[in-house]
Design a protein around this ligand. Structure first.
Ligand SMILES: [Zn+2]
Ligand SMILES: [Zn+2]
Length: 253
């Protein structure tokens, strides 16, 4: 995929950055900054700190004819920015088809169904295991499903905490075009950052019901003594999460 003219036009430092990103799936912002420095130093290219966005824009201009793009997205847990490579041409989960069989991808789609349909961006492992019985391609046994879920977590498509599965930051960045196409009615957008939202708090006023990411809630209400919904001005009934600068979830990507 990265052969031919395109790779010749990219500098070695750019190419190394892109290849590392493809291998890792996604990198968080501090990781991307040190990778930028590392790639420039390895290939004796001038390294300018704080020029990460320009460096990535240069790569993106070469990726454009391939309908690919490095995109940024926020971790719904930590609020940290992450980078991932997105294929803008594929609206299906086809990109994963080299690593997963047809029925495994069907189960992954069903997991996305459950997460999108939920109020809190979670799918319970019991619900995922039940949906393995309804696969039309080829049914998966319980142990096979459990193995598959482990692989999806290892490959950074899903995150798991005590039997609850969420979409990883990488998955949200890469699958956003797919999710918007497949679930145009259900997809919700965060009232604060306007990005697609799964794990969040919801305004309890039924005629409002805006959703806000946990890190966006923390940021918005920081320093505000009176907590009111930024959309309808009703009281914000939820406990405001505390966001630490260095959260556990960052190392658990
Ligand atoms: Zn947000
Ligand atoms: Zn409201």
């Amino acid at each position: 995929m990265m052969q031919g003219n395109m790779s010749q036009q990219l500098g070695n430092s750019h190419r190394r950055f892109l290849q590392t990103l493809m291998t890792c799936g996604s990198v968080d912002e501090p990781g991307a900054r040190s990778l930028h420095q590392h790639c420039c130093e390895t290939h004796n290219t001038q390294y300018v700190p704080d020029q990460l966005d320009n460096f990535i824009n240069a790569i993106n201009s070469k990726l454009q004819p391939l309908f690919m793009q490095i995109r940024k997205g926020m971790s719904e847990e930590s609020g940290q920015q992450h980078y991932a490579l997105v294929n803008m041409a594929e609206t299906e989960v086809t990109r994963m088809s080299s690593d997963y069989t047809e029925n495994e991808l069907e189960l992954f789609r069903k997991t996305i169904d459950l997460i999108v349909a939920s109020d809190n961006g979670l799918a319970l492992s019991t619900d995922i295991l039940n949906s393995a019985d309804t696969l039309t391609t080829k049914k998966l046994k319980k142990t096979e499903t459990e193995q598959l879920l482990k692989r999806l977590v290892q490959d950074k498509w899903l995150c798991e905490k005590q039997g609850e599965y969420t979409l990883s930051t990488r998955c949200i960045i890469e699958m956003e075009p797919y999710i918007r196409t497949m679930y145009p009615e259900q997809v919700k957008v965060c009232h604060i950052c306007h990005n697609i939202v799964f794990q969040c708090q919801t305004c309890e006023n039924p005629v409002c019901g805006v959703k806000i990411h946990f890190p966006c809630v923390a940021k918005y209400f920081r320093g505000r003594s009176v907590r009111r919904c930024p959309a309808c001005d009703d009281a914000w009934e939820h406990e405001v999460p505390e966001m630490k600068r260095r959260s556990r979830s960052q190392s658990r990507r």
